[in-house]
Ligand binder design. Structure first.
Ligand code: PLP
Length: 398
C-alpha cells in the first residue's frame, strides 16, 4: 500500500481481510456487496450459494432471520423494513390475481386494511371483512367469498378480543385459503402461530422483537419452502429490506425477548387486576381476567412460559363516562408512562385509539366494535409495577 498514492490508500488501505477476527456477536455488515475468492465462486454466490449484494441478503439480517425462524419453529423467516412492508411482502407471496378475494378481520390493524384497499383493490382484488371471534361467521365468509387469503390477528387492537387461531387456520385450510396471521401482540414463545396451522407468521418487529423503541422492521416466517422462495423474491424485487443497522438492534433486543415478555405479561396482569378495582374504571379488557369472555380460550392459545400461565402484555381500559377531553387531560398528566403510538417496548406506553389506530372512524363504526371515547390502550413495560400504578393513580386524580 505504501507505494500507492494517498487517494488510493484512502480507499483501500483499511480493507479488513488481514484482521482475522472472529467476533462473538454478529456485527453490523454495513456493506452493499460481498467479494468472492475468484470468478467461479462469485458465479456460485450469484446462483444463491452466498452473499453477493445486500438487497438480496446480508449476514446481520440473516442472523436475525435465523433466530426468529428458530423461535417460530419455521422453515425460514424473511425480514422487511417494517411490519407494513412485511404484510405487503406476504400478500405478494400469495400471488393474488384480479378477482381473488382477501378476507380480513373486521378489527384488523387500520394500516393493514388501508394497504389492501389502496394497493390491491384497484387491481381487481376483492376485500371482505369478518368478525374473526365468530368461527361460524368465518366459515360462512370463507365458503361464500372463496377467499384466497385470510388475514387476522390473534388479539385485536385495542379491545383484546381473542381469535381461535387453530380453528380459523383449519377452516381456511378446508377452503384452500392461505392464512397470514399478524401475531405482533403475541410473539413467540407466547404464541407460535405456525404451530396453530398458519401459513405466514407475521410480526411488526418494531414492537416486541426489537423491544426498545429504536428500530423499525417486520418479519414473516413460513414452513413451506415455496412460500419462503416467494417471500424472498418479494423482498428482493420489492426492495423493502431491513437495514443491517436495524437488524443488529433487533438481534440485540431479541436476546432478552423472553425475559422482557415475561415481566411485561406479569405487569399487565397485575395492572389489569388493579384497574378492575378502581371506581373510575368502568371496563378492563384483558384476557387474563377470569371475567374476560375468552379467558379460557386464551389460556389454551397462549403457551405457558417456564410453567407460568401468561396472557400477553396488552390491555385496554375504559375511564368511566370520559369524553375525549377527559382522556387528553388524563394522558397529559402521566409522568412516567408515555403516550405513544407504538407498543411492546421496555417502557410502558398508552395510546388513544380515536386519534391513532382508529383515527377517522365514525362514532357508529366505533360503537359497532364496542369502542367508546373513554377507552385507552396500554402496553405494559418492564418498570416496577408499583411505579406504573402510582403514575396511573396520580393521573386519574386529574
Ligand atoms: N401490525 C400490528 C398489529 C401493528 O400494531 C403494527 C403497527 O403498529 C403493524 C402491524 C405495522 O408495523 P410497522 O409500524 O412496523 O410497519
Amino acid at each position: 500500500m505504501n507505494e500507492l498514492s494517498p487517494a488510493t490508500q484512502a480507499v483501500h488501505a483499511g480493507e479488513t481481510d488481514s484482521l482475522n477476527v472472529r467476533p462473538s456477536i454478529t456485527p453490523i455488515y454495513a456493506t452493499t456487496t460481498f467479494l468472492s475468492e475468484d470468478m467461479a465462486q462469485l458465479d456460485e454466490a450469484l446462483g444463491g450459494a452466498g452473499f453477493v449484494y445486500s438487497r438480496h441478503g446480508n449476514p446481520t439480517v440473516a442472523a436475525l432471520e435465523k433466530a426468529i425462524a428458530t423461535l417460530e419453529n419455521a422453515f425460514a423467516c424473511v425480514a422487511f423494513g417494517s411490519g407494513q412492508a412485511a404484510l405487503h411482502g406476504a400478500l405478494l407471496a400469495c400471488n393474488l390475481k384480479s378477482g381473488d378475494c382477501v378476507l380480513i378481520a373486521r378489527e384488523i390493524y387500520g394500516a393493514s386494511h388501508t394497504l389492501i384497499e389502496t394497493f390491491l383493490v384497484p387491481l381487481g382484488v376483492k376485500l371482505e371483512a369478518v368478525d374473526v371471534t365468530d368461527n361460524e361467521a368465518v366459515r360462512e365468509s370463507l365458503s361464500q367469498s372463496k377467499a384466497r387469503v385470510l388475514v387476522f390477528e390473534p388479539l385485536s387492537n385495542p379491545l383484546i378480543k381473542v381469535a381461535d387461531v387453530q380453528s380459523l387456520c383449519e377452516l381456511a385450510r378446508q377452503t384452500n385459503t392461505l392464512t397470514i396471521v399478524d401475531a405482533t401482540f403475541t410473539p413467540p414463545p407466547l404464541l407460535r402461530v405456525l404451530d396453530c396451522g398458519a401459513d405466514f407468521a407475521l410480526h411488526s418487529a418494531t414492537k416486541y422483537f426489537g423491544g426498545h423503541g429504536d428500530a423499525t422492521g417486520g418479519v414473516v416466517s413460513v414452513r413451506d419452502e415455496n412460500l419462503a422462495g416467494a417471500l424472498r423474491s418479494a423482498m428482493r424485487l420489492g426492495g423493502a429490506i431491513l437495514s443491517p443497522f436495524e437488524a443488529f438492534l433487533m438481534a440485540r433486543g431479541l436476546k432478552t425477548l423472553v425475559l422482557r415478555l415475561r415481566e411485561q405479561c406479569r405487569n399487565a396482569a397485575q395492572l389489569a387486576h388493579w384497574l378492575s378495582q378502581q371506581k373510575s374504571i368502568s371496563r378492563v379488557f384483558y384476557p387474563g381476567l377470569s371475567t374476560h369472555p375468552q379467558h379460557q380460550l386464551t389460556a389454551r392459545l397462549l403457551q405457558p412460559m417456564s410453567g407460568e400461565n401468561l396472557f400477553g402484555a396488552m390491555l385496554a381500559f375504559e375511564v368511566e363516562g370520559a369524553a375525549r377531553d377527559d382522556v387528553f387531560r388524563f394522558m397529559d398528566a402521566l409522568r412516567l408512562i408515555k403516550p405513544a403510538t407504538t407498543l411492546g417496548d421496555v417502557q410502558s406506553e398508552v395510546s388513544y385509539p380515536p386519534i391513532a389506530s382508529h383515527r377517522g372512524w365514525s362514532d357508529a363504526r366505533m360503537k359497532q366494535i364496542g369502542l367508546t371515547a373513554g377507552v385507552v390502550r396500554f402496553s405494559a413495560g418492564i418498570e416496577d409495577v408499583n411505579d406504573i400504578i402510582a403514575d396511573l393513580q396520580q393521573a386519574f386524580n386529574h
